[in-house]
Design a protein around this ligand. Structure first.
Ligand SMILES: [Zn+2]
Length: 148
């Protein structure tokens, strides 16, 4: 399931749906996503991400989390990683993710209050989307399982 398949959206108007803005690189309006969501779809998306986010101190082994980072050259990257180890010692939380961006295991260290977006189970995501469809009925395209 992709959000662009179930939520109302159009081509991003700034980059005309290419994800790139002229020669500057990734379009900063859509962040390379190429799509532009309607107002109610944007609200529903924001709620979705908020509901899936929790502090690192509550992560458990097996959770899939969104990892954000900055490369040495200043570019940004995001990927999903699985938590394979959580070592909670005093006020620092260490965790290992696999696969990392380069395909290897990555060791991370963070404060327990740092928040992460979890991917959640497909059941969890579906339940959340159904409840969002009740609150933001105009966000969803007709003819999806979430349409009302
Ligand atoms: Zn764009």
């Amino acid at each position: 399931m992709k959000f662009s398949e179930i939520l109302h959206n159009t081509d991003c108007y700034r980059c005309s749906g290419t994800g790139q803005y002229l020669h500057y690189g990734i379009c900063f309006r859509c962040e390379g996503a190429k799509r532009s969501y309607s107002n109610s779809a944007t609200h529903a998306l924001k709620e979705f991400h908020t509901a899936m986010t929790k502090p690192a101190g509550e992560l458990v082994v097996g959770d899939q989390i969104r990892v954000n980072g900055i490369t040495f050259s200043g570019g940004t990257y995001r990927y999903w990683a699985r938590v394979t180890e959580v070592v909670d010692s005093e006020d620092v939380l260490r965790y290992t993710t696999y696969p990392a961006k380069d395909g290897g295991i990555a060791q991370h260290q963070t404060l327990p209050e740092t928040t992460f977006e979890r991917r959640g189970t497909s059941e969890e995501r579906q339940t959340l989307l159904h409840s969002l469809a009740e609150r933001f009925p105009k966000a969803f395209k007709p003819d999806t399982i979430y349409s009302r």
